[in-house]
Design a protein around this ligand. Structure first.
Ligand SMILES: [Zn+2]
Length: 183
């Protein structure tokens, strides 16, 4: 990267340094979902075409960007900003869970989708969110049924059974689904 930059003209280097400074000064967390943005509310929260009945919970802003770049989801997000990891002495930030609950109570959210990593920390983080939202649908003033789901585990698309490890095959088998006529 250094040699690439040395090959550019001085103006290019000045523009790059200014862009890095601006990024550090202007990037912040969205007031509602915690996604990265340069204004008070991020582009997803501010887009009226997004389906506000679904909230996808992710650990980090990077996870949120990855989901957006995949272009497969049309709902809103909630960035936890942490995960449950006893070995690293980390817990899911309580403030983030409270903010998630108030977002669900304040809007007609029907489903919370947990997009958490398929490893032990992801499992514990999922339980922490589930615990925070337990009985939420019935106890909230709106009494809306709240569906809690999690991304399924399995084999990578384009992958091969022969190269999959034992645990991946096990969870892929567990999360199998019935083939319908169209499949
Ligand atoms: Zn947002």
């Amino acid at each position: 990267m250094v040699f690439f930059m040395l090959g550019q003209d001085r103006e290019w280097a000045r523009a790059l340094s200014q862009a890095i400074t601006n990024l550090r000064d202007e990037a912040r967390a969205c007031f509602l979902c915690g996604n990265i943005t340069t204004s008070e509310i991020c582009g997803v929260c501010g887009d009226p075409r997004r389906d506000s009945s679904k909230i996808c919970v992710v650990e980090t802003q990077e996870d949120c960007v990855a989901m957006e770049q995949a272009g497969v989801y049309d709902g809103l997000y909630h960035v936890l900003g942490g995960r449950c990891s006893p070995l690293e002495d980390q817990e899911v930030p309580r403030e983030s869970l409270e903010r998630l609950k108030s977002r669900i109570a304040g809007h007609s959210v029907k489903e919370v989708i947990l997009a958490l990593s398929p490893r032990i920390e992801g499992d514990m983080t999922a339980y922490a969110v589930q615990d925070a939202l337990s009985g939420f649908g019935e106890n909230s003033a709106f009494r809306q049924p709240l569906k809690l789901s999690r991304l399924s585990y399995g084999l990578p698309v384009g992958g091969s059974i022969g190269y999959a490890d034992r645990m991946t095959l096990h969870v892929a088998l567990e999360s199998r689904r019935e083939m319908d006529e169209e499949s």
